[in-house]
Design a protein around this ligand. Structure first.
Ligand SMILES: Cc1cc2nc3c(=O)[nH]c(=O)nc-3n(C[C@H](O)[C@H](O)[C@H](O)COP(=O)(O)OP(=O)(O)OC[C@H]3O[C@@H](n4cnc5c(N)ncnc54)[C@H](O)[C@@H]3O)c2cc1C
Ligand code: FES
Length: 352
């Protein structure tokens, strides 16, 4: 029941339908923060409306949602979905967390994520605006699934930014990130202007459900810019485990040859994965370029492969991810076989 705290702030009851459990949530507190404060667990990732991991259904009550979010298109919002990391209750609420696939044990165990201190090993320029940032775990290893991401606290600020691991999951003692430098971006400015080997960076995670799904279907991967990161991690795992003879076609969209990177790594992966086809796509090709030209979806559409029996993994800017998803679904890929991470900015969340 709606109540007030000693400080006069309103407090609402949030009931999780599946577990018949109620916790309190103050006004100006998100349902996610309240759940974690009350030591119950709701799935989450980026905590800024970008990844969709915290989506639930509002069964009863009402919330104020922060600005429109890429991960919650109007169609889903109208159907009752909310992101608990972006939802402030305005009355008592009942939520259905079925989409999170949480067991009672996981729910009542609370948040297992712990902040870990990492040490910055190196920053390398891969293109004029993409850096490879390597962090090392000094104390204990971090297990993760290729495709997942971490939230890195921006040194000197109480905010975090999401970045996907670009290395394979066998590397439990280090994290390799591929970071696009956003003009004026907080973490970008740290990387380009202040970062020094030996700096301590606080990392939370791993988060996210992006991962290679077991299947007999061939795979199409589409990356734009830094979106190559989780796909490189997945390909590294496929190569390390030599567990597949599935055909894999990797499209990598970039503006010019200067924006292509990790080409030697991709060539090495092709040695280990003979069924890997690499298709770089340039919007502004140099004279003599014989490869694919245009935006990455032009190359997908023009390619001779029939995509309908493929699993698709898409990663990069939201516009590219949406366009590639629409095209592949239009070409017969089943929507449930499309797995995507849109690299939504924290500083600037695009409207759906
Ligand atoms: C699940 C997930 C995984 C991701 N993985 C990666 C990855 O592997 N590699 C990668 O490069 N990116 C990744 N991203 C995206 C990355 O987290 C964002 O680009 C991040 O915001 C960059 O942080 P920043 O501090 O450098 O820039 P921010 O401070 O977030 O700023 C981003 C941009 O927004 C502008 N801006 C800032 N504040 C405002 C404001 N108030 N109003 C309008 N504009 C503003 C800035 O000028 C800048 O151009 C991922 C995102 C998600 C959700
Ligand atoms: S944790 Fe809520 S959208 Fe990512």
């Amino acid at each position: 029941m709606c109540d007030t705290r000693g400080d006069g702030r309103l407090v609402y009851d949030i009931t999780v339908e599946q577990f018949g459990h109620t916790f309190d949530c103050a006004e100006n507190e998100t349902i996610l923060s309240a759940a974690l404060r009350n030591r119950v667990f709701l799935r989450y990732g980026c905590q800024h409306g970008g990844c969709g991991a915290c989506k639930v259904r509002l069964v009863d009550g009402d919330v104020e949602l922060t600005a429109s979010s890429y991960a919650l298109p109007p169609r889903e919002r109208d159907a009752g979905a909310i992101l608990v990391c972006q939802s402030y209750p305005v009355e008592d609420c009942v939520i259905d967390v079925a989409e999170m696939q949480l067991g009672a044990e996981e729910f009542f165990r609370g948040d297992g994520a712990v902040a870990r201190a990492t040490v910055l090993e190196s920053v390398e320029s891969l293109t004029p605006n993409v850096r490879r940032v390597v962090l090392r775990h000094p104390d204990r290893p971090m297990a993760f699934v290729a495709g997942q991401f971490v939230n890195v606290t921006v040194p000197g600020h109480a905010v975090a930014r999401s970045y996907s691991m670009a290395n394979g999951s066998a590397d439990t003692d280090r994290i390799e990130l591929i970071c696009k430098m956003m003009p004026g971006g907080l973490f970008s400015r740290y990387v380009d202007e202040q970062a020094r080997p030996g700096d301590e960076l606080i990392v939370n995670g791993p988060y996210g459900l992006m991962a290679i799904r077991l299947s007999h279907r061939d795979i199409v991967m589409v990356a734009g810019g830094a979106g190559l990161a989780p796909l490189l991690a997945m390909l590294t795992d496929l190569a390390d485990k030599r567990s597949t003879n599935r055909g894999v076609t990797l499209f990598f969209g970039a503006r010019s040859t200067a924006d292509l990177y990790a080409l030697a790594e991709i060539a090495a992966l092709q040695d280990q994965l003979p069924a890997l086809t690499f298709v770089p796509v340039l919007q502004a090709p140099p004279p003599g370029w014989t490869g694919a030209v245009g935006v990455v979806t032009d190359a997908l559409a023009a390619h001779s492969t029939v995509w309908s029996s493929h699993d698709a993994y898409l990663c990069g800017p939201p516009g590219m991810v949406d366009a590639a998803r629409d095209l592949l679904v239009d070409r017969g890929v089943r929507p449930q076989n499309v797995y995507a991470d849109a690299f939504v900015c924290t500083g600037e969340t695009p409207a759906p």
